[in-house]
Ligand binder design. Structure first.
Ligand SMILES: Cc1ncc(COP(=O)(O)O)c(C=O)c1O
Length: 480
């Protein structure tokens, strides 16, 4: 039986194109991060093409990609400069294995990323998805200690609410129940320490106080276990999957110092927050105290934005001291990890085009004005008693809807109300966030804020109607 004729999803005469693709998708595609039973009620949005920040369905409907297609897209879809670079690479060398061969895009990308760390992180190990980079960093840390005769250092420390991907190693250092719990029996044990999430501040506490409290817990753990601990893994500045939990950069400074004091590797998972998302190219750049030298981690994992939202690419940057620990006549002391598409030439070329954009367009500085405009347009939320923790870091904005205002299935209802207003937006629980491509101008920022606020008003008004006893009356929605 062809999937298109699956009797569970029968076609109807004169079926509209969007409905047809939804039907065929449900008949044959197992969608990620989706309860497929629910997908039959809320089918996926069929996208025919994309341009700039806009996604178009098969019937001409247009949607602003407010989460940059799972945080990967930086310069909009089908960007002319990235397209040209990829076409050129396509005609030159799409792919060759990176074991025993090398090629210009992989070399140049490693060199240029190394230069962006001031030469501190001198070697790049390539992979494809974010989770693979996390696996590599964890294995590399353990193996580096082992090669130094310290194979007892094989434990990892991760942060509450942290997310590092869904392969088994990455999931073992992830603390998001909905992704992790079913697989818990399969996972290696890791130490969990308090999150520095600024929302955890007690009355009178600053974000730096929360960071200091969290660091005290790390120190206590290191004090008792450092002989056994290989590495600490952290999402610098924003724990994105936890619901855009933001923390004070002092936390990163403190972690660097503790890891130095107790001989523990520090892994910065910049898969989501790297490439300018946090307001600097690497989030960890913000760890340096004013007028102090940069404080770099031992490993940086990059993925998502590095290839501009075009192709799967991830990599782990590491210090040359760590790289050298693997050099030996004994093959088994080398890092023998690999993936077939490691260092794919097309993906590396996309990444080089991304770095060109940063250099040519001064992207970090250019983002500041539209970011300020979007923050200003969202500012009324700070006065809204139904909302808490309005926050921003770089090109990430988030706010939480208080209970009981959110109501049942808030994220899904918000998402659907957003679609109806031309917005593709996927709240995480009660947290609404925006992570737009770096193509905002003042006008687009105003449009995006107005549509977000309009979507919020409708979603909360619907919740109030559905459960009038629990939900306070809401003001009239503004026109969006
Ligand atoms: C911080 C962080 N680490 C790792 C990952 C996993 O990346 P991937 O989904 O490409 O495996 C993600 C994905 O959202 C992430 O946000």
């Amino acid at each position: 039986m062809s999937p298109a004729s699956d009797p569970r999803f029968p076609s109807t005469a004169g079926e509209a194109p969007n409905a047809a693709w939804q039907r065929r998708s449900l008949a044959s595609v197992w969608h990620p991060c989706t309860q497929m039973q629910r997908a039959q009620t809320v089918p996926p949005l069929p996208i025919a093409r994309a341009s700039g920040p806009w996604l178009y369905d098969y019937e001409g409907g247009r949607y602003f990609d407010a989460n940059s297609s799972w945080w990967v897209n930086l310069f909009g879809h089908a960007d002319a400069r990235l397209n040209a670079a990829l076409r050129d690479q396509l005609d030159t060398l799409p792919h060759v294995m990176l074991a025993g061969c090398t090629h210009a895009p992989a070399v140049e990308l490693a060199e240029r990323l190394n230069a962006l760390t001031g030469g501190v992180l001198g070697h790049a190990f390539y992979a494809s998805d974010g989770a693979s980079a996390v696996e590599i960093a964890l294995k590399m840390s353990f193996h580096a200690w082992r090669n130094r005769g310290r194979g007892n250092k094989r434990e990892f420390v991760c942060v509450r609410q942290g997310y590092h991907g869904e392969t088994l190693g990455a999931l073992a250092v992830t603390d998001v129940a909905v992704f992790r719990d079913a697989y818990d029996p399969l996972l290696m044990r890791a130490h969990l320490v308090a999150s520095p999430d600024a929302r955890l501040a007690a009355a009178g506490e600053s974000p730096a106080d929360v960071a200091a409290r969290a660091l005290a817990e790390v120190r206590a753990l290191f004090e008792s276990r450092h002989e056994h601990i290989a590495a600490f893994i952290v999402e610098p500045l924003v724990q994105c999957a936890a619901g855009m939990a933001m923390h004070d950069p002092a936390y990163l400074r403190g972690l660097r110092a503790l890891c130095d004091d107790y001989e523990v590797h520090l892994i910065a998972d910049e898969i989501a927050v790297g490439c300018g998302r946090s307001g600097s190219f690497f989030a960890f750049e913000q760890a340096a105290a004013p007028a102090q030298p940069a404080a770099w981690p031992d490993f940086v994992c990059l993925s998502k934005g590095i290839s501009g939202g075009y192709l799967p690419l991830s990599l782990v940057l590491t210090r040359d001291e760590i790289y050298r620990v693997f050099l030996d006549d004994d093959i088994a002391r080398g890092f023998l990890h690999s993936h077939s598409y490691t260092g794919n030439a097309l993906a590396c070329r996309a990444a080089l085009a991304v770095l060109d954009r940063f250099a040519e367009d001064d992207v970090i500085a250019r983002n500041r004005a539209p970011a300020a405009a979007l923050s200003a347009a969202l500012a009324p939320l700070a006065e809204d008693e139904r909302i808490e923790h309005l926050r921003q870091r770089g090109m990430i904005w988030a706010f939480d809807v208080r209970e009981p205002h959110a109501g049942e299935r808030f994220a899904e209802r918000f998402h659907l109300a957003g679609r109806a207003r031309g917005l593709l937006i996927r709240p995480i629980g009660r947290t609404v966030y925006l992570m737009p491509p770096y193509v905002l101008d003042d006008e687009l920022a105003a449009w995006l804020a107005a549509r977000t606020l309009g979507t919020l008003e409708q979603t909360l008004a619907d919740a109030a109607r559905a459960a009038p006893h629990h939900v306070a009356r809401t003001p009239e929605p503004p026109t969006a």
